[in-house]
Design a protein around this ligand. Structure first.
Ligand code: PGA
Length: 251
């Protein structure tokens, strides 16, 4: 049984004061017990405040990005060790905005995953195809290549600490969601790739979140699908009410 995960990627939204309000809103708004794991990814400047507020809750915190070196003359960058010492347990890698706005390719993503493991963080590896790739029938090929390149050299033990997220690029921030059937098919394809790359037990254990315009209106259906182990939520995670509804929709 894989415990579902609901994660909120706040992207470049909320200063540290607004982020603290959002974190408090989520923590206070969860009244009953929660059946899923919950992770939030605030911007760097808000991490100390958010971690402080969420300290005695079940909600975990992660960083949105890291540089792959551990320290040194890399002006403007943040290391995995810095996030770990703040209290982060997770970090995103390969998010489509990093791939497509900042030009990050597989080599950098793979180095970031290694840096995360080296420093005690669990990476959340995001993969997903562009609309033109899907229209050309290349979605599976693109996703398999992203997985293979990012996971090269990763051990089975490390795989148990890694989380995957399938986020079709055309569904991110657009209001478009993959149909539950398309999402289900891609999730089982990804599990299959993990099985072929590692082994079937590892594939059965790995959690694969879906991301791309997840909101309370579609989260119940998406999270009820067996191979969809959670939701990586952008826009709808910025409002405590809608984020909590998504958390509560996890079976
Ligand atoms: P969205 O973003 O929910 O706003 O589409 C998802 C993501 O980028 O992780």
């Amino acid at each position: 049984m894989r415990t579902k995960i609901v994660a909120g990627n706040w992207k470049m939204n909320k200063d540290h004061i607004e982020a603290a309000e959002l974190a408090r809103g989520i923590a206070d708004g969860i009244t009953g017990g929660i059946s899923c794991d919950v992770i939030v990814f605030p911007p760097f400047t808000a991490l100390p405040a958010v971690i402080d507020i969420l300290r005695d809750t079940e909600i975990e915190t992660g960083g949105q990005n890291i540089y792959f070196e551990d320290q040194g003359a890399y002006t403007g960058e943040i290391s995995a060790g810095m996030l770990n010492s703040l209290g982060c347990r997770f970090v995103l890698a390969g998010h489509s905005e990093r791939r497509h706005i900042f030009g990050e390719g597989s080599e950098i993503i793979s180095k970031k995953i290694r840096a995360a493991f080296r420093n005690g963080l669990s990476p959340v590896l995001c993969v997903g195809e562009l609309l033109e790739e899907r229209n050309k029938g290349m979605a599976e090929e693109v996703v398999e290549k992203q997985l293979r390149e990012a996971l090269e050299g990763i051990s089975v033990v490390e795989m148990d600490k890694l989380i995957l997220a399938y986020e079709p690029v055309w569904a991110i921030g657009t209001g478009e969601t993959a149909t539950p059937f398309d999402a289900r098919d891609m999730h089982s394809f990804i599990r299959n790739v993990i099985g072929r790359t590692f082994d079937t037990d590892t594939a059965e254990r790995v959690r694969i979140m879906y991301g791309g315009s997840v909101k309370p209106e579609n989260s119940v259906e998406l999270l009820s699908i067996e191979d969809i182990d959670g939701a990586l939520v952008g826009g709808a995670s910025l409002d405590p009410g809608s984020f909590i509804k998504i958390i509560e929709s996890a079976p």
